[in-house]
Ligand binder design. Structure first.
Ligand SMILES: NC(=O)c1ccc[n+]([C@@H]2O[C@H](COP(=O)([O-])OP(=O)(O)OC[C@H]3O[C@@H](n4cnc5c(N)ncnc54)[C@H](OP(=O)(O)O)[C@@H]3O)[C@@H](O)[C@H]2O)c1
Length: 301
């Protein structure tokens, strides 16, 4: 089968299409024919060596998966061949592959009405958004500030925050404001023109998807009893109001999110959909730091 591999660490040009044996599902695993995957920041960080939890190359990156079960391993009762599934998959083969071995308990059934491309946009980004707001225990009537509101995680977070009945403030460049108003954001700050620390105070929750020095600056606008949630390294992690989150695969939660999308209650914005032939371009777009919504990858053309 085809996969995207890399022999060294570096820029998007280290990504190459390689031929590897199709893996066999072990006990508790299924083999999925990939219908779509999506680019997450962590894929780019692994590719370049800014994070190293896959060990040294060669390896194949990718965690988001939507596709069809083609083979079922021993002890798997929840899925059968032909099932449409999706999930956040910590696979030994990576999801930038024609076929992916996944633990059955990391997958959910893809709701009818949600295609592979939109389903593949959800797992990491929407789970991070969902779990971040749950960690904040964001309640109706509260004011939440979402940094990087127009990104993959952010555009889901602002919608979930609205669904919780919160007043939503987002940081984004002006070019993204109309898009974000369409998602229900109440107040927008163009961070290139206005310092959010002078524009806001008394915020109940900050959901920080930028991190770094945004941490301490976010604490300046937060209530004394507010909650600061970050999905990034941040200079505010020592503050007692801070919680740093890491998205976990929770298939039942993800299926619920997928059902919201299938019902039209969650918009999935696709910045670009590219075949894996164009994986380097997909990573370049993601690493620009200004993609809107998600960049999704489909199998080789
Ligand atoms: N902990 C976890 O489990 C976890 C999981 C997923 C993601 N993350 C992290 O969460 C962050 C967001 O991920 P993502 O996938 O949403 O990234 P993304 O899609 O690449 O984010 C792109 C967005 O960031 C916005 N942005 C860039 N600089 C900004 C700034 N200074 N202020 C406000 N907005 C800014 C851009 O908006 P403009 O074009 O308007 O600038 C763009 O829409 C990443 O750092 C990622 O590593 C963590």
């Amino acid at each position: 089968m085809k996969a995207i591999g890399q022999r060294g660490l570096g820029g998007p040009d280290v990504l190459e299409t390689i031929e590897v044996p199709t893996p066999e599902p072990g006990r508790g695993e299924v083999l999925v024919r990939m219908g779509a995957t999506s680019v997450n920041t962590v894929d780019c960080k692994l590719r370049s060596g800014r994070v190293t939890f896959l060990g040294p190359p060669p390896f194949t990156v990718g965690f988001d998966l939507s596709g069809a079960v083609v083979k079922v391993g021993l002890g798997v009762n929840e899925f059968a061949t032909g099932d449409a599934v999706f999930g956040m998959v910590h696979s030994r083969t990576g999801t930038y592959s024609e076929y992916v071995v996944a633990r059955a308990d990391s997958l959910g059934l893809r709701p009818p009405g949600l295609d592979d491309i939109r389903a593949a946009a959800l797992p990491t980004a929407a789970s991070t958004a969902w779990q971040g707001l749950a960690a904040a225990n964001l309640r109706a009537g509260e004011r939440v500030l979402v940094h990087a509101a127009a990104g993959g995680v952010g555009h889901f977070a602002v919608q979930f925050a609205r669904q919780r009945g919160a007043y939503v403030i987002g940081t984004a460049r002006a070019v993204n404001h109309e898009f974000l108003r369409g998602l229900g954001v109440d107040e927008l700050i163009d961070y290139t023109a206005t310092d959010f620390t002078t524009a806001l105070d008394g915020v109940d929750v900050v959901f920080d998807l930028v991190g770094g020095a945004y941490g301490q600056r976010s604490l300046q606008v937060l209530r004394a009893d507010g909650r600061y949630i970050t999905a990034q390294e941040s200079d505010a992690v020592a503050d007692p109001r801070c919680r740093k989150i890491t998205a976990r695969p929770r298939p039942a939660e993800l299926v619920g999110i997928g059902e919201l999308a299938a019902a039209g209650d969650l918009r999935i914005h696709l910045d670009r959909v590219l075949p894996l032939n164009d994986v380097a371009l997909a990573h370049t777009l993601s690493e620009s730091g200004h993609s809107r919504g998600k960049v999704v990858l489909t199998p080789w053309e």
